[in-house]
Design a binder for this molecule. Sequence first.
Ligand SMILES: [Zn+2]
Length: 474
Amino acid sequence: MQGLKWGMAALLAGFAAPALAETTVLTNLTLIDGVRAAAQPNSAIVMTNGKITYAGPMSGLKAPKDATTQDMAGKTVMPGIIDSHVHIGLMKDVTQDEKFFTPENVNTDLKQYAAYGVTAVQVLGTDKDFVLELRNQQRKSRPTIARVFSAGQGAVIKGGYGGLVGVTQPIATAEEGRKLVDEQAAKGVDFIKLWVDDERKTIPVKMPFDVTAAIIDQAHKKRLRAVAHVFYLEDAKELIRQGVDGFGHMVRDQPVDKELLDMMKAKGVWMVSATLSREMAYSLAIMPWLNDPFFTRGVTPGTLDALRSMAREKAVVLGPTRFPGLPYEKKVFFDMDRTLVQALENWQAMVNAGVNVGMGTDSGPNGRFPGFNAHEEMQMQVLAGRTPMEAIKSATSDNARWLGDKSIGSIEKGKWADLVVLEKNPLDDIRYTQMISAVFIAGNSVPTVWQTCRDRPLSACTTGASTDVPHMPY
Ligand SMILES: [Zn+2]
């Protein structure tokens, strides 16, 4: 009778009822739980039916008799990485088009995130409706690809910057902005996204403040938080006055000032995703990782061919700067341009001021790579003065706090067992997050990038292993 009752409850919750509890025990590991300030050596993790039932010292471990045990001696385990700013389903090799936004391609992207240890992503405003269905299914089950949080279709002003042609429907007025928010809320989105930019004054239209105010206000009426794409300091300030909840990019036109920092702190506004790796992508003529197996294993041969081509190199080096009218000369070949430096400096200012910061990359569009960029983003945080532990927390427990999801983001009893097992301790060098030995989502082991050779037979990827110490040229 007891069993029958449990079975019914499980069916109603959308789970198949397992005959026996399925338990996996990871032993002798160093634990970075995403919450505590220090790593915990000699630790163990117990995962039962996808959830963490124990995370603590080996001395306190009581493993069930029928459990599967994996000895993790020498390895470090951290929470699954959360990327709070991505776009999915956009690309075929290096071509971006709405027609590639298929369930199959979305699945491929989310699998790629998982392979790089990114076990959850927040998509900011370019989703087709089927992504919300996928998200709902994930929340009723134990996914084996990255978990999705979705802002549905974001708000773009007619003739202005942002969105995805064929998916987002531009608006023209405050009234249309409220209507858009109502429609998105009815679909069950997790956030509302809006774009406030004019691509460095190359686009004559930017979303007016009466429209942004209406969108933010309507989002709050629907109990949703609003995240804005910004570039300019003055826009960021006005959006905060209007009640915006977070920013999808760093302010990059000038140094942030005390007024902005004070407002962000007073109102609890988040720097959701500083997208430092995105700014860097724009400043590189030749990507220094084109022969790095951590990169090449995860991307298609077509992507590699295009990125390695002389034509691309020539176009970037000799071609007109992407942003005409910039008050500086675009520098190339491993140099960082002014926008990137401004983003890094402003990031430091926000961190030093104690602003809430997450970790997000804006990966998905051309030149920014699912999963790979998350590791770069953490490295750049460290480059800009944070400790590896702070970078890891921003990418795990802090991001979960931003998402408002208490079931992920740290390795604690009761949470989903979303874990990344590393060959070396990333507190010694943040680049060790690339030495991925295993990835677990909801307690299930999924293929890592080191077990991947995208769109090729596995035998075609002959270099690179999780045990190789990464070398990056910066
Ligand atoms: Zn974006």
